[in-house]
Design a protein around this ligand. Structure first.
Ligand code: ADP
Length: 316
């Protein structure tokens, strides 16, 4: 999506920015954010979506290529343009989104039978597929069923699936429809990277324990539950452990916190780190992102921060 983010903190205590705030334009989206930060973490990434043939779609492709991300499976639909969203923040960095994405080409993912076979062949070459509840919510029901059955085939051939429920109520016809779809995809997930707030909104969980129990029932072998500044929970082989989140001194915008955490986690995990080490990597990645306005930190700035963190680790 095209992203419009307020440039500076002009809001009153406890309130969102004025709708007239100066805006900075960029590009973002949940899986896009994760793809960018995984690639910056040193893992080769192919991003799959549909775009238009407008200048903004062109710029998305340029930026993905600039991150070293493969764009060969991205399809472009003539006469269309990407979705758009705007961010508002409160002084503590909490974010509120407004979306315009009814016509977004990404809604047609997996929908065209003629293109589906080529896409499946492309995906079968990957070690791991990452998708989110937003991916599912914007697809047609038929396309979602096709994707679900493809995931079964993909896993049977040794592929691993990582999933974040990213529940956004307005994208779903009903809570039951969301539960049905998310539940089915969790049954095909090897790794679930969930945000407790989303799980509470979708399933009514009072405590993380009920979230952990439900996901064990879905057969999720590796479950990570993100809870903002609260410790991250990890469930593996029936054991639930809590891993602290280091404090972040200046939180300006939590946009992309969960997505960047997922990227840090997956980049580490796919390069052989343990889940505990991968959670620490997820926390580090998210800490950088929430100290910045908008979902994507400019590449040079991000890589400089990674280098500084690495030096600090050596010094410690
Ligand atoms: P989401 O963006 O999906 O709502 P969370 O708010 O749970 O996700 O945050 C995801 C991750 O971002 C956390 O696990 C943590 O690593 C980091 N994070 C978010 N908020 C804070 C905070 N206030 N202080 C430190 N880290 C945070």
């Amino acid at each position: 999506m095209v992203e419009l983010a307020p440039q500076a903190s002009v809001q009153k205590e406890g309130q969102r920015q004025d709708v007239k705030a100066l805006l900075a334009q960029s590009y973002a989206g949940d899986t896009y954010n994760t793809a960018v930060y995984i690639a910056r973490g040193g893992v080769s990434v192919s991003y799959v979506t549909l775009l238009g043939d407008d200048p903004y779609s062109e710029e998305v492709l340029t930026r993905l290529a600039g991150e070293g991300i493969d764009t060969s499976a991205i399809v472009r639909l003539p006469g269309r343009c990407p979705g758009l969203y705007m961010i508002q923040n409160t002084p503590d960095g909490e974010r509120y989104f407004t979306y315009w994405r009814g016509e977004a080409p990404a809604r047609e993912l997996f929908a065209d039978p003629a293109r589906r076979d080529a896409l499946k062949a492309h995906l079968l070459q990957m070690d791991c597929l990452y998708l989110s509840g937003i991916t599912l919510a914007i697809m047609s029901e038929e396309a979602r069923a096709e994707l679900l059955s493809f995931l079964g085939e993909y896993r049977a051939q040794g592929g691993r699936v990582a999933f974040d429920s990213n529940y956004r109520p307005r994208l779903w016809a009903s809570k039951d429809a969301a539960r049905d779809a998310v539940g089915q995809f969790l049954q095909q997930a090897d790794m679930a990277l969930l945000t407790f707030e989303d799980e509470q909104a979708l399933w009514g969980d009072k405590r993380p324990g009920s979230c952990a129990k439900r996901n064990a029932g879905f057969g999720v072998a590796e479950l990570v539950i993100k809870r903002g500044a609260e410790p991250v929970l990890l469930q593996r082989e029936g054991e639930l452990t809590a891993i602290d989140v280091p404090p972040v001194s200046s939180v300006v915008d939590t946009t992309g916190a969960g997505d960047s955490f997922n990227a840090g986690y997956l980049a580490a995990r796919l390069q052989g780190a343990t889940p505990e080490q991968s959670i620490a990597a997820g926390n580090r990645c998210a800490a950088r992102v929430i100290g910045h306005r908008g979902a994507i930190i400019p590449r040079d700035e991000y890589l400089a921060a990674v280098a500084t963190d690495a030096l600090a680790d050596v010094a410690c």
